[in-house]
Design a protein around this ligand. Structure first.
Ligand SMILES: [Zn+2]
Length: 262
């Protein structure tokens, strides 16, 4: 007689262990994390970046807006965009410091109305050529809906779209944005792109050892959190993402492999 009893989940064995996926990719030598708002990075990829930074990856964070629109829940009614921008940039720098990232670049675009413009593509291309990251980390611009409760923010889609277009073909093609050559910026070929928030991820980074660092970094965004403690939600997300690979905490990606590491 089988000791499995259908209908009694707590006695059932898992049908099979998670399929053996590809091994977690090694930390890249250098990475550029590109996001629309202060806190996007900490919500989504903070664990990965903390883990990589500990492994010696040089990480540069690019924040396209400075989050001047805030949040309805936690931004005081008498707050102005100008004052909020100063606070949020400081929070982003503090969060990066917690993750082990020492270089943060703000492009100063307006929060809430970001467009996938050629001007922004040129700016991101310039930064990729200047910093020459082996890997770029950004969102997935193709995802419009997450479940039934969240429609992806238009700034997130625009930021991710432009980041990808800057990686390919702009950063690696000599005669796209030839004015960058005049600035001494030679083409650069990014080897890997990690897209978070993809509906069908294929790569998982185990963040169990740095989950506490991710939570501490996220909490630096005080103007966005108020009294709310994001720990429970983030821990649940990490467990959900890790479940597919039998990990207790993970960040999941669609990985584009555009070349081999040096
Ligand atoms: Zn955001």
């Amino acid at each position: 007689m089988s000791d499995r009893e259908p209908g009694v989940p707590e006695r059932a064995q898992p049908a099979s262990s998670p399929p053996p996926g590809p091994a977690e990719p090694p930390a890249p030598v250098s990475a550029m994390s590109i996001h629309a708002h202060p806190d996007d990075q900490e919500f989504t990829v903070g664990g990965t970046l903390a883990k990589w930074a500990r492994a010696g990856t040089h990480v540069v964070t690019v924040c396209i807006t400075s989050g001047g629109a805030g949040s309805n829940e936690y931004t005081p009614k008498d707050m102005t965009r100008e004052r909020l921008v100063v606070l949020r940039e400081e929070e982003q720098r503090n969060a990066c410091r917690v993750l082990g990232i020492h270089e943060v670049i703000f492009l100063g675009y307006e929060d809430g109305v970001l467009e996938p413009s050629i001007a922004l593509r040129r700016e991101l291309t310039r930064l990729i050529r200047r910093h020459r990251p082996a890997a770029v980390v950004c969102g997935d611009p193709t995802v419009r809906f997450y479940g039934q409760r969240y429609m992806n923010h238009p700034d997130h889609r625009a930021a991710a779209d432009v980041a990808l277009d800057a990686v390919f073909p702009s950063a690696e093609t000599r005669l796209i944005f030839p004015e960058l050559l005049d600035e001494g910026l030679e083409p650069h070929h990014v080897r890997r792109v990690y897209l978070h928030g993809a509906t069908t991820p294929d790569t998982w980074v185990d963040i169990a050892e740095v989950l506490d660092v991710k939570l501490r970094a996220l909490k630096e965004h005080r103007t966005q959190m108020g009294e709310w403690d994001p720990s429970e939600m983030i821990t649940a997300w990490s467990a959900e993402q890790g479940a597919a690979r039998g990990l207790t905490a993970a960040e999941a990606y669609r990985l584009m492999i555009l070349g081999e590491d040096d």
